[in-house]
Design a protein. Structure first.
Length: 247
C-alpha cells in the first residue's frame, strides 16, 4: 500500500511538471527530428543541467528530475537521443536501440552534444553546465566525460559502466560521480574495476557511491526495484555534487 501511494504521488507530480514547467523544444541531427524538453525558467542566466533519459526515451523520472532541478535554481533540458519515430515501445526494442548507441558511441556523443547546444540556447551559463543520466542515460553521462565535452561534471545514476575493450583510456577532464546500486546485475565486477582504472588513468576527479539493497532501477518510483530511502540519498548526493560545481 505504501509503495502504491508513492507511485500515485510521483504520477501526480509528473502531471504538475508537464502542465506547469516543461516546454517542448524541436531540434535536429541532420534530417532526424529530435524533441527535447526545457524547464520554464529558460532564458534566465542560470547554471544548466542536461538530463539524459533511460533506455525507453524521455520518461516520468527524467521529467520529474527536470522540475526538481528547476526548483533548485537550474535550467534543465531533457535530451531526445533517439528522435521522432524511433521511440521504443517495449523492453526488446529499447535494448536494441540502446545497444546501437552504446556500440556507436560517437553517434551517442553527437546527440549529447546537440542537446548541450540546446541547453545553452535556453539560457544556461556555458561555464556552469553539468550532465546527469539514468540507466542508458547514465552510460551517456560517462560518454560525455569520455568525449571531452566542456562541462563541469557528470552524474551516472545506475548507468552501464562498461566500455568496449578496444577503446583506449583517455584523459577525463570533468568531475565524475557514479551512483551505483549494489545489486545491479547488469554491472559486473570487471566493469566496475575497469571504470576505476579508466578514471585513474584519465586523471579524473571521481567518486563512486554504492547503495545497499538496491537493484538496477532503484531511483524510479514506477519500478519494482524502487528503494525510497536510497533514492532520496542518491538525489541528495546529486544535488550536493551539482551545488559544489555550479553554484
Amino acid at each position: 500500500m505504501r509503495k502504491f501511494s508513492i507511485i500515485l504521488l510521483f504520477m501526480g507530480l509528473v502531471g504538475t511538471v508537464g502542465a506547469q514547467s516543461l516546454q517542448p523544444v524541436q531540434y535536429a541531427d541532420g534530417e532526424q527530428e529530435l524533441n527535447g524538453l526545457v524547464t520554464s525558467n529558460a532564458g534566465d542566466d542560470l547554471p544548466g543541467v542536461l538530463i539524459l533519459p533511460a533506455w525507453k526515451g524521455i520518461d516520468d523520472e527524467a521529467r520529474t528530475a527536470a522540475l526538481n532541478l528547476e526548483q533548485e535554481g537550474y535550467i534543465a533540458f531533457v535530451a531526445d537521443i533517439y528522435g521522432k519515430g524511433n521511440i521504443p515501445s517495449d523492453n526488446g526494442e529499447a535494448a536494441k536501440i540502446a545497444t546501437h548507441y552504446k556500440t556507436d558511441y560517437e553517434a551517442y556523443q553527437k546527440r549529447i552534444g546537440l542537446a548541450l547546444e540546446q541547453l545553452i540556447k535556453a539560457g544556461a551559463d556555458p561555464a556552469k553546465i553539468a550532465v546527469i543520466g539514468y540507466c542508458f542515460g547514465g552510460t551517456g553521462a560517462l560518454e560525455t566525460a569520455r568525449g571531452g565535452f566542456d562541462v563541469k561534471g557528470v552524474v551516472s545514476i545506475h548507468g552501464g559502466l562498461r566500455k568496449a575493450s578496444d577503446r583506449e583510456n583517455g584523459p577525463i577532464k570533468t568531475k565524475v560521480l557514479v551512483e551505483n546500486p549494489a545489486e545491479d546485475r547488469s554491472v559486473t565486477r570487471e566493469d566496475y574495476d575497469n571504470l576505476v582504472k579508466e578514471m585513474n588513468e584519465g586523471g579524473a576527479d571521481w567518486q563512486i557511491i554504492t547503495y545497499a539493497n538496491c537493484g538496477h532501477t532503484f531511483t524510479n518510483p514506477a519500478s519494482g526495484e524502487y528503494n525510497e530511502l536510497m533514492a532520496t540519498r542518491a538525489w541528495n548526493h546529486t544535488l550536493l555534487f551539482l551545488g559544489e560545481l555550479l553554484k
